[in-house]
Ligand binder design. Sequence first.
Ligand code: ASP
Length: 331
Amino acid sequence: MTDAVLAIHGGAGAMARAHATAEMRETYEAALARTLRDAGRLLEQGASALDAVTEAVRLLEECPLFNAGHGAVFTSVGTHELDASIMDGRTLNAGAVANLRTVRNPVLAARAVMERSQHVLFVAEGAEAFAREQGLECVAPSFFSTPLRREQLERVRQADAQHTALDHDAGSACAAPLSFARAPQGGAPLDEDRKLGTVGAVALDAHGNLAAATSTGGMTNKQPGRVGDTPIIGAGCYADNRTCAISTTGSGEMFIRMVVAHDIAARMEYAGASLEEASHYVVHEKLPRIDGRGGLVAVDAHGNITMPFNTEGMYRGFIRTGQPPVVAIYR
Ligand code: ASP
């Protein structure tokens, strides 16, 4: 029997330290600790790593503080499009969904794809229809909206409008889409209003099995139809009993281009790197080469945990069986 462990994140690019009041920090830390205790209890009772990460992510989706499920960010047209994924390190089975609009808990849809379909990834209407057929709870799209996220959208829209105006001032003959055409892959630089609040969990259970799950509303003001790294197996989520389980958060386009989660597992498997070495290299050396911002939580087959990030903060924490949860936001 192995000592079970669960690690979670509530997104990188946390609120700027300078603006975070003690009360705000405590609210986030309490939500992380509650999630760790509740989902960690399952592991303590002998549940699988798969069940623990599913429950941890479902709880975070229900919490309006984080950008997943209720509290998800808005697209540029004021809608929500939710993505999620899950992977079982024992079997290498995986499931994912993208562009969901009404499924209350996207992580449950990802799990249903993994366990009750022959496929790995469903998107948009097909994903919605599959989730409904599976009896998953659907809600009105407004269920996901919160006043805070709407304010963020308004602020980002204003900033983008100025950016477009600057392009036009520069004397371009091209009309509206110019800023899009010129944008680097990954879009505008990360600022406080584009906060990354994706949620994720990784676990090692008492039987030595690993699992990972990730869920997000994506990035504020994203174009409809955009899919980030979260539902891409190997980018936003990966688990293999032989190496590690990983859940990422950050500028999704860069995480896709660097195939972040699988790259860490591959460094361990092919180059003999430790979890710590492989994760540190990818987050602090590789991602910055393409201005990739964010972080990840990871656990290896021995129960080692690492939670590196290259942003100002990342909501994160872990719990080991029989011990109290440990949570943090900044370095
Ligand atoms: N990685 C997510 C995405 O690009 C955003 C996040 O981590 O908050 O959709």
